[in-house]
Design a protein around this ligand. Structure first.
Ligand code: SAH
Length: 399
């Protein structure tokens, strides 16, 4: 009886079961037929005919009521710990096999590691390394201690920090907080990404401190960059610092004063003297540069997600079009534009269309040199389009 209580069942509709069969692990509220689960429970998933389908994590608040974990029957604290340990270990092994040239990397990327709701990033090396985690669902949040223990066991960090100041947690009825889960977490951690060294503030920095998903695009920027460069949404200098050694000069722009200060500090730290970090709104500055007839040979646009939901897509598309249009105008012929969107809702086809319209309005002849995505330690789950959010086009302006 007790065992059944701690391992409740959820019955899903035939449509929900069909979704699982197609490899999508989310079951929405409208496909739940019956549930005896409490918030964050690990549940046994049943078909309408009473056939056991596997295990999942339950949420009482989110529209995504159930996140499927697989066909295996996981039960009890020991079973859960074994499952989490095995999956986190697999995720870490995969990253270690990638040969990532950096000391900051994503160890666990939620659904694409079969660990829905869990993000874990590693910052630093050896005994000084720190794990920054996010528990974004009721189920993962309830197991925060257990996950912290497993990460500590597998990665032996100095400390584990939970950066749970994420708005998406509200969809799960969870509050926003930042807390040290175990050990000690310094305010500043030294990391290296390729040849660039950073001081990272894992408590206050954006995301978990760095935009790790852009690592490989930073590398690509170093291959394309030359002449006069512009990095219009620089944060702490991610693209600008890679472009600077191969450019004559780089203007690095951000609307956040803290980001501009961080970019300057990182430039100094790396002995880079040709970055001009400025505070400003990219929409205004791009327009001013166009009016002033300034020209750049390499431009990077990596704005924040303009479309946070489907309803905001039209406005967002107008925003993406505007910055790309201005950038193409101030790009010198033969120059290269690396342009990104991290809005899931702005899919590759739509982004392509926006860029096409921007090029037409800029009277620019443009080729697509490369289509890129998020770094390999942020893999996309084939059947879950929601896990493909970052698109990065490398464009070349012919005339
Ligand atoms: N390119 C960075 C990440 C950029 S994140 C990297 O690779 O690490 C987006 C950045 O855009 C944030 O730092 C944010 O402060 C800044 N930003 C947001 N709106 C802006 C605007 N209108 N103009 C300039 N910067 C803006």
């Amino acid at each position: 009886m007790l065992d059944l209580m701690s391992h409740p069942a959820v019955t899903i509709s035939a449509r929900g079961a069909e979704r699982l069969r197609h490899g999508h692990p989310w079951i929405y509220r409208s496909d739940i037929r019956e549930s005896s689960a409490e918030p964050g429970d690990l549940v046994r998933v049943m078909s309408e005919r009473g056939r056991p389908l596997g295990s999942g994590f339950w949420s009482s608040e989110s529209q995504i009521s159930l996140r499927f974990l697989g066909q295996e029957d996981v039960a009890g604290e020991r079973g859960e710990r074994a499952m989490l340990t095995a999956r986190i270990q697999t995720a870490i092994n995969f990253r270690q096999a990638l040969g990532i040239d950096a000391t900051a990397w994503r160890a666990v990327n939620g659904e694409s590691d079969r660990l829905p709701g869990l993000i874990a990033d590693v910052y630093g090396e050896g005994a000084g390394r720190v794990v920054v985690m996010q528990t974004l669902t009721q189920a993962m949040d309830r197991r925060i201690e257990m996950v912290g223990e497993v990460l500590t066991q597998l990665l032996a960090p100095a400390g584990v920090l939970a950066r749970n100041d994420q708005k998406v947690r509200r969809l799960e009825g969870l509050d926003e907080s930042v807390q040290v889960v175990s050990g000690e977490v310094p305010d500043a951690i030294d990391v290296r990404e390729g040849p660039v060294s950073y001081s990272v503030d894992v408590r206050l920095g954006q995301k978990t401190g760095l935009f790790l998903d852009q690592r490989e695009n930073h590398e690509a920027a170093a291959r394309y960059a030359r002449g006069r460069g512009l990095d219009a949404f620089t944060y702490n200098g991610g693209f600008a610092l890679r472009m600077a050694p191969v450019c004559s000069s780089v203007v690095a722009l951000d609307s956040s004063a803290a980001a501009v200060a961080a970019t300057r500090a990182n430039a100094e730290r790396n002995g880079v003297t040709n970055i001009d970090a400025q505070e400003g709104n990219a929409f205004d500055v791009l327009r001013e540069l166009e009016i002033a007839r300034e020209r750049f040979d390499t431009i990077v646009l990596d704005p924040p997600a303009f479309a946070k939901n489907k309803a905001a897509l039209e406005r967002a598309a107008a925003g993406y079009k505007e910055i790309n249009l201005r950038a193409l105008k101030i790009l010198a012929p033969g120059g290269c534009l690396m342009t990104c969107t991290c809005s899931y809702h702005m899919d590759e086809a739509l982004f392509h269309q926006v860029l096409e319209e921007a090029a037409a309005d800029a009277h620019a002849t443009v080729t697509i040199v490369e289509k890129r995505s998020q770094a390999r330690d942020h893999p996309i789950l084939l059947n879950v389009p929601e896990t493909h959010y970052l698109k990065c086009f490398v464009l070349r302006k012919l005339a």
